[in-house]
Design a protein around this ligand. Structure first.
Ligand SMILES: NC(=O)C1=CN([C@@H]2O[C@H](COP(=O)(O)OP(=O)(O)OC[C@H]3O[C@@H](n4cnc5c(N)ncnc54)[C@H](OP(=O)(O)O)[C@@H]3O)[C@@H](O)[C@H]2O)C=CC1
Ligand SMILES: O=CCS(=O)(=O)O
Length: 253
């Protein structure tokens, strides 16, 4: 048994919930957070026979709430070994000149600032104990541009560079940092992106075998269970049904 205390943001759906399931099987203590408490409580009931699960309704955009959540953890959950910075979202696929500025702000507040708040709150304990692992959810959108990817891709480029820079600051400690960069994966992601439009969401995955939440959770499980001297810096994965396109060229008449 390899028990760790694992703090997961965005555990109410998708990758976060799949991570909770896979890590519960290893007997790890889980701290599950997200804004929606009902799915968290359902997951807690599902997993409670396997491991200890602590649930915190938390909006990662709320800096004070992040601080309070970490500072008020029960004794047995205080020494966090693994932080999975997974909470995040894309909103819209409009070109930059038509986009809703509120959507851009929400993505920056969640994908960048929320990830910063959780990291800054949990990292000092890891450094003091000289052990830990931060796994950040980046995306292929952070490395490869596409129309309408504008601020979403920008936030995920931040996640990659922030992850690499963290490792620079942590050199000499036993704290690891990994940026996971998935391509198209079928979760609630597109339903959120298209604001509840199920038809547009399902078209994203139509006729493909997209990555699943379990594929990502298994990858994170593998990354975390490498020998402690091995740091996977970045790991990009895609469905076999996804690849890049040639450069787009605008031809003048
Ligand atoms: N699916 C994909 O194709 C890909 C996704 N990613 C990234 O992976 C991560 C997880 O995505 P995925 O599982 O697919 O998406 P889902 O929409 O299925 O899950 C997103 C999770 O994030 C939580 N969340 C969103 N906003 C907040 C917030 N402000 N505070 C706390 N929790 C929040 C949601 O919970 P709640 O609504 O209850 O708060 C939910 O649990 C994201 O960072 C996403 O950008 C990266 C590459 C590909
Ligand atoms: O991050 C999600 C993958 S994509 O929709 O941007 O390709």
């Amino acid at each position: 048994m390899n028990e760790k205390t694992i703090f997961i943001t965005g555990a109410s759906a998708g990758f976060g919930a799949a991570c909770a399931r896979i890590f519960s099987a290893q007997g790890n203590r889980l701290i599950l957070t997200a804004r929606r408490s009902d799915p968290l409580l359902t997951l807690q009931r599902e997993l409670s026979g396997k491991t200890e699960v602590h649930v915190i309704p938390l909006d990662v955009r709320d800096r004070v709430a992040v601080k309070d959540a970490v500072e008020s953890l029960p004794e047995r959950f205080r020494d966090i070994d693994v932080l999975i910075n997974n909470a995040g979202l894309a909103l819209g696929l409009e070109p930059a000149h038509k986009v809703d500025l509120d959507d851009w702000e929400t993505m920056v507040d969640t994908n960048i600032k929320g990830l910063m708040y959780c990291t800054r709150q949990i990292l000092p304990g890891m450094v003091a104990r000289n052990r830990g692992h931060i796994v950040n959810l980046g995306s292929v959108a952070g490395s490869w541009p596409y129309p309408g990817g504008n601020v979403y891709g920008g936030t995920k480029a931040f996640v990659e560079q922030f992850s690499l820079n963290l490792r620079c600051d942590l050199l000499g400690t036993r704290v690891r940092v990994t940026c996971i960069q998935p391509g198209m994966a079928e979760t609630e992601f597109s339903k959120v992106r298209f604001k509840g439009n199920e038809k547009m969401a399902s078209q994203v995955y139509s006729g493909t075998e997209a990555l699943t939440a379990e594929d990502i959770a298994e990858t994170i499980y593998w990354v975390i269970n490498r020998p402690e001297h091995v740091n996977i810096n970045t790991l990009e994965l895609m469905s076999i049904d996804q690849a890049w396109s040639p450069f787009a060229v605008h031809r003048r008449k």
